[in-house]
Design a protein around this ligand. Structure first.
Ligand code: IMP
Ligand code: MG
Length: 179
């Protein structure tokens, strides 16, 4: 299917499943090499990374623990207004090598905040593994060790990524058609 409709917007085919899976496999092989004998804790960030994490981790063959986390936002009573907290973390990270699995890094603010929160638990190391990166949007300095694909600044959906909660359940990735 070359175009799809998600709510009020139209998206066109951007990255076909075969290409995504090829790149995911390459990154899994890098992880297998780098983490041999290390037993990492893999933290997949919900909701967007659920399909990526499933495909990636079926190609990862080093012993690892897998946990799903979420950054929950709520309005707090501090001066900056928004408080973001990592929820769902049920593994002790002390002294462990950690791999964060994220769908897409855009401004990088989400990952920067996640790193800050996870560092409080004194892990041995933290590496970021992102399916997608928009280098043109990055606002903070971020070391992204594993990245499957770099893309332009367009808004995309599919393969776990959503537009307003919809469009996550497609095999391919689609890009917004600007009207
Ligand atoms: P950042 O904090 O700006 O890096 O934003 C990262 C988060 O925004 C990702 O985890 C996604 O959930 C979401 N996001 C950024 N770009 C897109 C996109 O093109 N499509 C869907 N979600 C996106
Ligand atoms: Mg996300």
């Amino acid at each position: 299917m070359q175009t799809i409709q998600v709510k009020d917007k139209t998206f066109s085919l951007f990255i076909p499943e075969e290409k995504i899976l090829r790149e995911v496999k390459q990154v899994a092989m890098q992880i297998n090499k780098d983490f041999e004998g290390k037993e990492p804790v893999v933290l997949a960030v919900l909701n967007g990374s659920f399909i990526f994490a499933a495909d990636l981790l079926r190609e990862v063959n080093v012993p690892c623990e897998i946990s799903f986390v979420k950054l929950a936002s709520y309005q707090g009573v501090n001066t900056t207004g928004e408080i973001r907290e990592v929820i769902g973390l049920n593994v002790d990270l002390t002294g462990r090598p950690v791999i964060i699995v994220e769908d897409i890094v855009d401004t990088g603010l989400t990952m920067a905040h996640m790193l800050e929160e996870l560092k409080k638990q004194n892990p041995a190391s933290i590496d970021i593994c992102a399916l997608l990166l928009k280098p043109g949007k990055l606002q903070v300095e971020l070391d992204i060790k594993y990245c499957c694909l770099q893309i332009p600044n367009d808004f995309i959906v599919g393969y776990g990524l959503d537009y307003d909660g919809y469009g996550r359940n497609t095999r391919d990735i689609y890009s917004l058609i600007q009207n």
